[in-house]
Ligand binder design. Structure first.
Ligand SMILES: [Zn+2]
Ligand SMILES: [Zn+2]
Length: 338
């Protein structure tokens, strides 16, 4: 089986690098790699980026970059998530998605859940003391966060703290160096949407219905992230945290007009903020939230912070998130060859 030639150079990073570096050379993959290393300079990088062989979701055998990162943003401390008392203000809690909006999880929000969701079974706090019931141990957060919520943790504010994770927790992302358009777009809920510039996973939608069905909420911090014990800290929303950092890092040119690149999608396309730098909405986005704009190849704009949808879908073939023990990326779903 021969590897298909990439249909076009989709990695905006490489494109951005080439805008300044001149025409593509034989060693453009190496210069692309240098641009990638620079792009992730604010991430907690354990290994890479390196060039590796990979098999993408559509079966294309090509070259990917592999980068292993700790899910720790270096520029801020994640949290808080759950307020501890219904008298707490917004600074004591994070955010939650309500009807497409990102709303503050303050004490008043916790106290109003029965009203908000029109269901008197909601009772996340002690009516006498106002104390919020929240998961306070690793065991509790795991039991409350699993798909079939332990009934003992109904009516809890669910949070896993970063310190519950082993110190050496890291995740390896294998992402195509050049995007290969897929026959049909794929959803982001299995393999995630991509990787933020700071090395934190940009995840697919949070399973909000299942969470609410168990009378729990699992807030995100003000940067749109929370912790699970599989991948650690990860994002379900792109907020000002990521946009402001990207705007600061990307000085001038098309990337800056676009608000600064906040991450790379699992298909190798660049991800920009929801809005352009001047506050206007990007035009002509497709179902995946992607488009081409002057000076930039196809790229995405993140969904609104409260939409629970960082990307609408992935337009090109995706790479892999490697879990422990996996060393190579085959995203095609085919059984490995003997
Ligand atoms: Zn999550
Ligand atoms: Zn754009």
């Amino acid at each position: 089986m021969t590897a298909k030639a990439p249909a076009h150079s989709g990695l905006a990073l490489a494109t951005l690098a080439l805008l300044t570096a001149g025409p593509a050379l034989a060693h453009s993959d190496d210069s692309g790699l240098a641009a990638i290393a620079e792009f992730f300079e604010t991430a907690d990088v354990v290994a890479g980026p390196d060039l590796v062989d990979c098999t993408l979701s559509g079966g294309t055998e090509t070259t990917c970059f592999s980068i292993t990162v700790r899910p720790d943003p270096k520029t801020y401390t994640p949290g808080p998530w759950c307020p501890t008392n219904v008298s707490d203000g917004a600074e004591a809690g994070g955010i939650w998605f309500l009807e497409g909006e990102a709303v503050d999880v303050d004490g008043a929000f916790i106290a109003s859940l029965a009203e908000v969701y029109g269901d008197s079974n909601w009772q996340l706090f002690d009516p006498e003391t106002g104390a919020v019931r929240y998961t306070g141990t690793l065991e509790a957060c795991e039991a409350a966060a699993r798909p079939d919520v332990d009934p003992a943790y109904r009516n809890y504010c669910v949070q896993c703290l970063p310190e519950y994770m082993p110190e050496d927790t890291s995740v390896t992302y294998v992402i195509p160096l050049h995007a290969v358009p897929a026959e049909r777009p794929s959803p982001t809920n299995l393999g995630g949407a991509g990787l933020a510039r700071n090395g934190v996973r940009l995840d697919g939608p949070a399973p909000v219905d299942a969470i609410l069905g168990a009378y729990t909420i699992a807030p995100f911090d003000d940067c749109g992230g929370h912790v699970n014990t599989h991948v650690g800290y990860h994002y379900h929303a792109v907020t000002d945290c990521l946009s402001d950092a990207a705007a600061e890092l990307d000085g001038a040119g098309e990337a800056a007009i676009h608000g600064g690149q906040i991450g790379i999608a699992m298909d190798g396309h660049a991800i920009f903020p929801h809005l352009l730098a001047d506050g206007s909405a990007p035009e002509g986005l497709d179902e995946c939230y992607g488009h081409e704009a002057e000076g930039l190849t196809y790229h995405y704009h993140a969904g609104a912070a409260g939409s629970n949808q960082i990307l609408g879908c992935l337009a090109a073939e995706t790479g892999c998130t490697l879990v422990e023990g996996q060393t190579t990326c085959d995203a095609s779903g085919r059984p490995p060859r003997p």
